[in-house]
Design a protein around this ligand. Structure first.
Ligand SMILES: NC(=O)c1ccc[n+]([C@@H]2O[C@H](COP(=O)([O-])OP(=O)(O)OC[C@H]3O[C@@H](n4cnc5c(N)ncnc54)[C@H](OP(=O)(O)O)[C@@H]3O)[C@@H](O)[C@H]2O)c1
Length: 410
């Protein structure tokens, strides 16, 4: 029997890779796209074009993808009751990858998309005549603010709190999934990826790399603290006043601009580590896990790399991207510089540099064997996915950076 699959978040960083994998085995798919967020079919097609898909494949996409515009945050996903029930009855499997990954977001907004959105997707699954199986994309970071030790696949608690509202919202969404599975006696696959990365260079028509947000915050803070242009090499244009420091009233303080590589002390652990996994590999593993026979309840898997990336490697990457010299310190400095004070606004992000925990993925490895292991993620791989074309490195720390045009202030 052919199972008709629906996927949310198909225009996202992970969703596009899931879509690619699902199209390998399904002639047609329904994509539940974000209403009012641009032409989803065009965005999907551009992804396939930019990643080298044959022309015949991309030309066939309009006939293979049924696009249904939805809003996760709205009851019935913003659809009429009739449309909602028709949609539910068509679906044999439901992949839920849509969500907000805004690490700076506030809890009410994140709850609307990630928690209420999951509730509405579960309601869709409950309404369907075919009793669709649900594949819910969560995150390994539901483990929260526990910085040491091992996080296991069968754990779900808030004992250590959370580093940010995003983590909490994803935790609450998983709680909903468990309650729904118990109430309806239905299986759910919960997939918990770590931080997903790519070596595909940034492109304005592709979803942004999750680590770019950290780069942007460091760059904006550097500019706002008066350290001038933060690109590693001479920029190809003089930034306009509004795009120097988005989110800051005037694009940064006025007055003379210091250039160079300012030192910034940030709390972190020299033996810390972060789990980063190639997004293509994550999508492949997820689709293979979905093919396993479900237990009947909630089956949770850590979709993670078998080797963590040392925090000093991440620091080197950031120093290559932004002319900063980052010193990891055990505690917040008592005498923060202007730059350090600005970075203190983002504790939910910088706190990851203090993490030393490991994610146990025994279930994945015992189900899929050694093929679940992916190639190493190193500095060069990460650099490829973050460096804009034609951009030179910022040079090693302590090297004066290329002089860049003075930042103009509004
Ligand atoms: N990226 C990571 O490193 C990572 C790591 C662990 C877990 N995850 C999880 O993986 C999932 C996918 O993340 P991603 O990296 O693909 O994120 P992403 O690139 O930001 O994509 C998010 C997707 O959700 C859609 N969406 C957002 N708000 C919506 C709404 N109100 N209604 C309908 N659709 C909406 C977006 O559509 P538009 O683009 O049209 O707005 C987009 O397709 C998320 O659940 C995330 O928590 C991601």
């Amino acid at each position: 029997m052919v199972v008709h699959v629906a996927l949310t978040g198909a225009t996202g960083f992970l969703g596009l890779r899931l879509l690619r994998r699902l199209l390998d085995t399904h002639r047609t798919l329904t994509v539940l796209t974000h209403a009012g967020s641009g032409d989803a079919l065009h965005r999907v097609t551009r992804f396939f074009e930019l990643t080298g898909a044959p022309q015949a494949f991309t030309a066939g996409l309009p006939g293979r993808l049924r696009v249904v515009e939805t809003d996760l945050a709205q009851p019935r996903l913003g659809l009429s009751a009739r449309r909602f029930h028709e949609l539910a009855d068509d679906i044999g499997a439901l992949w839920h990858s849509a969500g907000s990954i805004n690490l700076e977001g506030d809890l009410p907004a994140l709850r609307r998309t990630n928690v209420e959105g999951t509730r509405h997707i579960l309601e869709l699954a409950a309404a369907g005549r075919q009793r669709p199986v649900v594949h819910h994309v969560s995150t390994a970071f539901v483990a929260g603010a526990r910085r040491e030790g091992v996080a296991y696949e069968d754990e779900l608690d808030d004992a250590c709190g959370f580093e940010n509202a995003y983590e909490r919202s994803k935790y609450e969404a998983e709680l909903l999934v468990h309650a729904w599975s118990r109430e309806h006696g239905r299986p759910v696959l919960v997939l918990r990826p770590s931080i997903l990365v790519t070596d595909l260079p940034p492109h304005p028509e592709l979803p942004s790399h999750p680590l770019m947000v950290i780069e942007r915050i460091l760059r904006d803070a550097r500019r706002a603290a008066g350290h001038g242009c933060a690109d590693g090499a001479a920029p190809d244009r003089v930034p306009g006043p509004r795009d120097q420091c988005p989110g800051l009233p005037d694009g940064g303080p006025s007055g003379p601009v210091a250039v160079g590589r300012p030192r910034v002390r940030t709390v972190g652990h020299p033996h810390g580590r972060l789990n980063l996994l190639q997004v293509e590999h994550a999508a492949e593993v997820m689709v293979r896990l979905a093919a396993l026979t479900p237990s009947g309840g909630v089956d949770t898997y850590h979709v993670v790399h078998d080797r963590d990336v040392p925090v000093p490697t991440v620091v080197t990457l950031l120093e290559r991207l932004i002319p900063l010299a980052i010193d990891l310190v055990a505690q917040k400095p008592d005498d923060p510089s202007a730059l350090e004070a600005l970075l203190d606004f983002y504790p939910g992000m910088t706190s990851y540099l203090a993490h030393r925990r490991r994610f146990d993925d025994t279930r994945v490895r015992s189900s899929l064997g050694p093929s679940a292991i992916s190639a190493p993620v190193g500095l060069d791989y990460l650099w490829s996915g973050l460096a804009r074309r034609g951009r030179a490195t910022a040079g090693p720390p302590d090297t004066p950076t290329t002089a860049c045009p003075p930042v103009r202030h509004a």
